[in-house]
Write a protein that binds this ligand. Structure first.
Ligand SMILES: [Ca+2]
Ligand SMILES: [Ca+2]
Length: 269
């Protein structure tokens, strides 16, 4: 009886404490949309609050060449050609990733979105905007630099005497390009950039504020052979490398709402 009682007690203790003795070491609730979950370990396969999240990279590892995806889908990023971790961020998180403006990128495989909804979002702080078109890629799925070689893309672009955000989404084989209606970008400053598509319009947001839209409808094209990357595409000659820091990279197959984006920018989630 005594032994049985002891075993029972030990079992209860084990069951009580087991959930707290696993790998989770950090609270990432602020990095996840509408997240009731806490204590997610970067890269761990976890339940996620948003079933339409495909890639959520908090970029807080601080070392190594893997950017853990906390969407639950395991779409981890691979740091390619030498991006480095830096203790700086636009959202108060511990780290972001520095891209050298030459060939650094984060590879995300060849994932596709399903349906007529999309969000691409990230924090960025540029050292500068390289190239005559000032068009480094933040997040993209592209095989080249021609418009129709992009399935989706969030970048900057020279516009007038300044630099603005630019968005591209391909539907039915034709890519629609949107340049921000305002918001000239400066080097050395953190911004939050977002592209959203809801099946009726393609929109840009800068720091959570609307920065232009254009009508667009239909499902986003799929191309299982075309890679997705952050910070540089296409690979090799003709690349459009980003120079500076990227953080909190998100790809969802639904549009984040203006209030959700505002919450991200304000650090609410
Ligand atoms: Ca971070
Ligand atoms: Ca490099």
């Amino acid at each position: 009886m005594k032994m049985k009682s002891l075993l029972l007690s030990m079992t209860l203790l084990f069951e009580i404490f087991l959930p707290f003795t696993g790998t989770p070491t950090r609270t990432l609730a602020r990095d996840l949309p509408n997240a009731p979950h806490t204590a997610l370990a970067a890269g761990a396969a976890q339940a996620v609050s948003d079933p339409d999240a495909l890639v959520l990279l908090p970029l807080d590892e601080g070392s190594g060449t893997t950017a853990g995806d906390v969407s639950g889908l395991g779409n981890h990023g691979a740091l390619v050609n030498g991006p480095t971790w830096e203790a700086d961020s636009g959202d108060g998180s511990p780290f972001s990733v520095r891209f050298d403006g030459s060939d650094d990128r984060i590879d995300l495989g060849a994932l596709d979105v399903s349906g007529s909804g999309l969000t691409l979002a990230a924090w960025f702080k540029a050292d500068g905007f390289p190239g005559p078109s000032a068009d480094p890629r933040l997040i993209s799925k592209a095989s080249g630099t021609d418009a129709n070689q992009h399935v989706f893309m969030l970048s900057t672009i020279a516009f007038g005497s300044g630099v603005r955000l630019r968005a591209r989404v391909r539907v039915g084989g034709t890519t629609t390009t949107l340049i921000a209606s305002g918001g000239d970008l400066a080097a050395g400053q953190w911004y939050h950039a977002a592209l959203t598509y809801d099946g009726t319009a393609l929109r840009l947001f800068l720091d959570g504020q609307p920065a232009g839209s254009t009508p667009l409808s239909g499902p986003v094209d799929a191309d299982p052979a075309m890679p997705v990357a952050a910070g540089n595409q296409p690979a090799g000659a003709g690349a459009r490398p980003f120079d500076g820091l990227l953080d909190d990279i998100r790809i969802l197959q639904r549009p984040l709402s203006p209030s959700e984006l505002a919450a991200i920018v304000s650090g609410g989630n």
